[in-house]
Design a protein around this ligand. Structure first.
Ligand code: 5GP
Length: 177
C-alpha cells in the first residue's frame, strides 16, 4: 500500500515569529562593524527564516546567498556536501553571519565554516533556526540557536521533503503512515 504523508504542526507561525524576532535582536546587538554585516542565506532551506530575520535588523547589512546540497532527496543526509551557488561578494576582512535552517549531523556547517574561513573573513558567526544535537557527527560552534529539537524529520518554513512543503508558514513533523 502507498505510504501517506502527514505533517503535524510542531512550531507555529507565531512561535517562529517570536523566536526569530529575539534572534534578530541578538544580531542587532552585535558591536558596530566598519563595513555592513554580511548575512549569508544558505539556500534553499533558509530562505523564509532569512527573510524574516533580516526584517528585524536596522543596522547596515549586505545580504548574500550560498547554495549547498547535502541530501540525496529523502530524509537522510548523503554526507557529501556540494556547492551549488557561490557567493557574489568577497568576504575577506568582513564580519559574516551564516544563516542556516537546521544543523543536524553538523557535516554541512563544518564544510561551510571551512570553506568560508578560507576566504579570510574578519569574523564568522552561525545563526541556525534549528539544532538536532542527537544526530551530531561533528561538533560545530553555533552562535545562536532558535530551537533545539529531538530527532524528528521536520518540514515547512523553508525545509523540504523531496522539494515539497518549503512554503508552509509553520514547521511540522513529517509522518509516514
Ligand atoms: P547536516 O549536514 O547537519 O546533517 O544537515 C544539514 C542539512 O540537512 C540542512 O541544511 C537541511 O537541508 C537538511 N536537514 C537536516 N535535518 C532535516 C530535517 O529534519 N528536515 C529537513 N527538511 N531537512 C533536514
Amino acid at each position: 500500500m502507498a505510504k501517506t504523508e502527514r505533517v503535524e504542526v510542531f512550531l507555529s507561525a507565531a512561535d517562529l515569529n517570536a523566536r526569530v524576532a529575539e534572534m534578530g535582536r541578538a544580531i542587532e546587538a552585535l558591536p558596530p562593524t566598519e563595513q555592513p554585516l554580511v548575512l549569508i542565506c544558505v539556500l534553499k532551506g533558509s530562505i523564509l527564516f532569512f527573510a524574516d530575520l533580516v526584517r528585524n535588523l536596522q543596522r547596515p547589512v549586505h545580504l548574500v546567498f550560498l547554495g549547498v546540497s547535502s541530501y540525496a532527496g529523502g530524509t537522510e543526509t548523503s554526507g557529501a556536501v556540494r556547492l551549488t551557488h557561490d557567493l557574489t561578494l568577497d568576504i575577506a576582512g568582513r564580519d559574516v553571519v551564516i544563516v542556516e535552517d537546521i544543523v543536524d549531523t553538523g557535516l554541512t556547517m563544518s564544510y561551510l565554516l571551512h570553506n568560508l574561513e578560507s576566504r579570510g573573513p574578519r569574523s564568522v558567526a552561525v545563526c541556525t533556526l534549528l539544532h538536532k544535537p542527537a544526530r551530531q557527527k561533528i561538533a560545530v560552534p553555533l552562535t545562536w540557536v532558535g530551537f533545539t529539537i529531538e530527532d524528528v524529520f521536520v518540514v515547512g518554513y523553508g525545509l523540504d521533503y523531496e522539494e515539497r512543503y518549503r512554503n508552509l508558514p509553520y514547521i511540522g513533523v513529517m509522518h509516514f503512515d
